[in-house]
Design a protein around this ligand. Structure first.
Ligand SMILES: *Cc1c(COP(=O)(O)O)cnc(C)c1O
Length: 426
């Protein structure tokens, strides 16, 4: 069926049972594929055949998940990875070599901040973190001749900033580099970055895509519209590749060239493949993404409104809440809901916050977001503890900040749990 609406794509996209076949996407659990002539295998190695050869490079269950994510994000192709971190790693490595440079919004996930600012720096890829509220000209002014990408998160985790897509995509166009958006917290149900000028979309599928806290995974989706030849900055995409005896990725694969190179070079060499079982579980989750994100957003807004009125609460951050710094950008880019993650500070600072956490009964303390179960975390002492306090504050994390991932329980029960735990802090 052509022109399926988003909900229908979630339910039916990418896998269709033919007559007599399993109704649910099957798990193909194996490492390799049999052929009857070496010539057939040679074709695979020359990237002349779409068939499978070895699970590190692709397999049917993983492939169906990739197609579904590409469909949901409106991209030309996608590649699944072993984790969200691996998705960012291979995306940057597909664009950059030692000596190159990336501009990143400062309000990003702590793990990505470490990956870009510490580990990739050690490999010779330099990163400039910018305050994402800077005017367009100042962001463009951070560019150098060796700048290869601009990176940001649609909803910053856990700063809950909303990226100004127009501004960042303009900056990327001016510099002639792709605009990469980590869309983990919004999910394609609430925001589709490619519609707002992103060239590459990244997910930690561990979060809302899976949605049930059952497996770690990542995804890279390309828009298919970036001109890899025009800027002259991406020889790896345009010039002959010596590891594929002279193949030119962009010339041969056009709108899916970035994904093809991720698979043929990055998965081949780095091996950060998603396992078929995880692809199956993530696909199970995606089938209800539209419903879950609607409910996560409703519960998120209701809890944010409740907390903002509570006498024991100092402040609340939720981009869907009227009066929030990012309310207008959220209305513009996330009109169907602002997702299920919110942050707040308990009156009494860090100590009161810790007491609040230990008094929760229904709500779990976990290092996770996007689960069907309501969960909380204190980032300053956990996910962001590797950053200095000034770096934490630059990434949007105050010492008393508590991050909440609102689940799909009854909002009455969630509010009752928060209320009793807040009252017990007094
Ligand atoms: C969790 C997360 C990641 C990292 O993903 P993993 O699957 O844990 O490797 C990246 N970006 C954001 C926004 C995240 O929330």
């Amino acid at each position: 069926m052509k022109n399926m609406s988003f909900e229908t794509k979630c339910v039916h996209g990418a896998y269709k049972a033919e007559s007599g076949q399993p109704q649910v996407l099957p798990i193909v659990q194996n490492t390799t594929y049999r052929y009857y002539s070496s010539a057939d295998v040679a074709e695979l190695f020359d990237l002349e055949s779409p068939n499978f050869m070895y699970t590190r490079l692709g397999s049917p269950t993983v492939n169906a998940l990739e197609e579904k994510m590409a469909l949901l994000e409106g991209g030309s192709a996608a590649i699944a990875t072993s984790s969200g971190q691996a998705a960012t790693l291979i995306t940057i490595c597909n664009l950059c070599k030692a000596g190159d440079h990336v501009i990143s919004a400062a309000n990003i996930y702590g793990g990505t901040h470490n990956l870009l600012g510490v580990s990739l720096k050690k490999l010779g890829i330099d990163v400039t973190f910018v305050d994402q509220e800077l005017p367009l000209e100042e962001i463009i002014a951070c560019a150098r001749p060796e700048t290869k990408a601009i990176f940001g998160e649609s909803i910053g985790n856990p700063a809950l900033s909303i990226i100004d897509f127009d501004k960042f995509s303009k900056a990327a166009k001016t510099i002639g580099v792709p605009f990469i958006v980590d869309n983990t917290l919004a999910s394609p149900a609430l925001c589709r970055p490619i519609e707002h000028g992103a060239d590459i979309v990244i997910h930690s599928t561990t979060k809302y895509a899976d949605g049930h806290a059952s497996c770690v995974g990542g995804m890279v989706i390309e828009s298919g519209t970036f001109d890899w030849a025009a800027s002259g900055k991406f020889p790896g995409m345009v010039e002959p590749d010596e590891s594929y005896h002279g193949l030119k990725f962009y010339e041969k694969f056009a709108s899916v060239a970035f994904t093809l190179r991720l698979r043929a070079v990055m998965l081949r060499d780095f091996g950060c493949t998603m396992a078929p079982m995880n692809a199956y579980l993530t696909h199970q989750g995606l089938q209800t993404l539209h419903l879950r994100m609607e409910k996560h957003s409703q519960n998120g807004l209701a809890l944010a409104e409740f907390l903002s009125q509570h006498e024991m609460v100092e402040w609340v951050l939720y981009p869907g809440l009227k009066g929030d710094k990012y309310y207008d950008l959220a209305q513009k880019y996330l009109p169907d809901g602002a997702s299920g993650v919110l942050c707040f500070g308990v009156k009494g600072g860090k100590e009161a916050g810790e007491k609040f956490l230990s008094n929760l009964k229904l709500t779990s303390i976990v290092v996770h977001v996007g689960d069907i179960r309501t969960s909380v975390l204190h980032p300053a002492s956990t996910t962001h503890r590797q950053l200095s306090e000034p770096e934490q504050i630059a990434a949007g994390i105050r010492p008393e900040l508590i991050r909440v991932s609102v689940g799909l329980e009854s909002i009455k029960d969630i509010i009752a749990d928060f209320d009793q735990a807040l009252k017990s802090v007094k």
